[in-house]
Design a binder for this molecule. Structure first.
Ligand SMILES: C[S@@+](CC[C@H](N)C(=O)[O-])C[C@H]1O[C@@H](n2cnc3c(N)ncnc32)[C@H](O)[C@@H]1O
Length: 338
């Protein structure tokens, strides 16, 4: 008998061929202010088109697609935000993720150059653009980090125990969000956030907006070039390794080690892959995102980081995944007594 093997389902190919349609509908709606305009009330298509300076017929099609994707709901009158949009896409809410989406939106054209990046082996967006040179991109980058950090903060702070620790150094601390939340949780903790000058300018505003300017200090520094301030009980390196080579990650671990007191804690938080580099899916895609946007961008394996920490003189090394759906993992280790 010559039985035919069942044909594989073509659904995956169909989904992957058009996945950017979904993204572009969401990112465009977010950019032109659909969710903000609707806030907590429903509006007619004509009202929405008038307020957003768009034409009625294409706006109707766009709002239909937003509804199908779960971002809006259709009402007797017109359209209103879905529950998800109300929680995550209204500016001013602590759960707001619209800035993180704006940063992804900024990278849409960069992702269109993936083939070029493979051929040239270089990023398609100069990192300096979003690290200071382009004011708008830099702002989106810093506030996207802030949004994301607010989202992951409860998980992170819940996974840490800083009881008895006082001096925290936050390397590449970006907006300073994690430091502010730790300062809020631990009244004896003082944090130093070290980052590039144009990032620090925004960080100071964010730290003040979180009311932590007394105990969280943002200072300009380059972690490649500068020695780390000494005498820290804790060093945090979060979201930094994915833009650095293996060699530089090891150097940063050594610098952290030198700056910690005996018994001090090193906390590394990032997106990491499992052994072999092919899972989880998000980490493999984020690796390409970093290839496109940073000179040495790419994701590391968490097992390698643990090994580097051990080599540098850390013990009690533990790797813990953040709760789903957050893709991050936390690696902690304690500096052995000198
Ligand atoms: C993805 S962000 C992580 C921010 C924050 N730690 C967090 O986890 O939300 C990486 C940070 O590293 C900073 N950075 C990149 N190169 C740097 C350098 N040479 N010296 C200091 N900071 C740098 C960036 O400005 C950015 O704030």
């Amino acid at each position: 008998m010559n039985e035919k093997a069942p044909q594989p389902d073509p659904g995956l190919i169909m989904k992957l061929s058009t996945a950017y349609w979904d993204s572009q509908v969401f990112l465009t709606a977010n950019r032109i202010g659909v969710f903000e305009y609707l806030a907590d009330r429903d509006k007619t298509v004509e009202d929405i088109a008038h307020a957003l300076d768009t034409h009625v017929r294409p706006t109707q099609l766009m709002l239909n697609a937003c509804t199908a994707l779960g971002l809006l709901e259709k009402t007797e009158q017109g359209f209103r935000n879905s529950e998800i949009a109300k929680v995550f896409l209204l500016p001013g809410k602590p759960t707001y993720m619209g800035n993180a989406a704006k940063y992804s939106d900024d990278l849409y054209n960069t992702w269109g150059k993936l083939e070029q990046a493979l051929r040239d082996d270089k990023p398609m967006l100069e990192a300096s653009q979003y690290l200071g040179d382009d004011e708008e991109r830099t702002r989106h980058f810093v506030y996207a980090m802030h949004n994301r950090a607010l989202g992951t903060a409860h998980a992170l702070t819940g996974m840490l125990n800083l009881a008895g620790r006082r001096q925290v150094l936050d390397i590449g601390g970006g907006p300073g969000t994690y430091s502010c939340l730790l300062a809020a949780q631990y009244p004896d903790v003082h944090c130093k956030v070290m980052d590039l000058p144009r990032i620090v300018a925004h960080a100071k505003d964010i730290i003040a907006s979180m009311g932590q300017q007394e105990r969280v200090q943002a200072t300009a520094g380059d972690y490649h070039l500068d020695t780390f301030p000494q005498g820290n009980d804790v060093v945090i390196i979060s979201g930094v390794f994915h833009r650095e080579t293996q060699q530089m990650c090891q150097t940063l671990i050594e610098k952290a080690h030198a700056s910690l007191v005996s018994g001090g804690l090193l906390i590394i938080s990032d997106v990491f892959t499992d052994k072999g580099g092919t899972s989880p899916v998000f980490a493999t895609l984020f690796s390409l995102n970093m290839l496109l946007t940073a000179e040495n961008g790419g994701i590391h394996e968490d097992a390698d980081v643990s090994l580097w920490m051990q080599k540098a003189g850390f013990a009690e090394i533990v790797c813990t995944p953040f709760p789903q759906p957050m893709p991050h993992r936390l690696i902690q280790g304690v500096k052995l007594n000198d």
